[in-house]
Design a protein around this ligand. Sequence first.
Ligand code: DGL
Length: 273
Amino acid sequence: MNSSKENNEKPIGVFDSGVGGLTVLKEILKVVPHENILYFGDTARVPYGPRDLDEVRRFVFKITSFLCEKDVKLIVVACNTSTAAALDDLKKEFDIPIIGVVEPGARTAAYTTKNRIVGVIATEGTVKSGAYDREIAKIDPSIKLYSVPAPLLVEYIEKGILEGEELQKIIRTYIDPLLEKNIDVLILGCTHFPLVEKQILSYSGGRIKVISSAVETAKDVKRILEEKGLVNASNTRPQRIFYETARCSKFLEVGKMFLGEEIGKVNKISLDI
Ligand code: DGL
């Protein structure tokens, strides 16, 4: 894509299985607040985590085609499961910069760990795919990575339960086996988990550093826009457009919690998958 005023004003497309990707968008908006944004949440098919990776790949291709039809200039796959299932194939198929959330988190973890023992909590699909293992091994094969699928944590956060004894119990169940392995870094390998980062940190009592893919991915978005000369320098108020696939969902209420600001309006769309 050439650098021109017209091209640079095109939106960045960000997508997730649902509202979780809004934690990534929140970080993106901190570093590139002037960019136009088109966010897509596949709320009719969430969660992707327990699904077969081939099925997730099919969904992801359909969403990426939709975003390309909307003429976005860059795509952020703001979902770990989607990244794990399809990022490499997407990059081969679509002629547009595409950023996933697995590599940025893995890279930061690999450079942060001191004892080379790292943990990741993620969906079943992400864990099964081995995506984090591959990315970490590319940087430093001597790092030992322990992965724990944490589906209940996704469920609780989806429902907006961000504190309380039940949540603490779930955190303990997922984190204890990793602490027993003596990890010094934990990757939040799911877009929902930054919402319980404080609780995880407080439970681990300062023993571990917690890496959020959202923050690292946002840094990559900024870097790639600059490298490719795609930064939007226009002074007009940036547009934020939201799409979701479910007819009836709590996108606006839960989305506000994830994004940290009012969403205002969400467009309903049905994707033929
Ligand atoms: N957004 C998904 C991820 O980051 C979590 C929710 C789901 O299972 O779809 O893996």
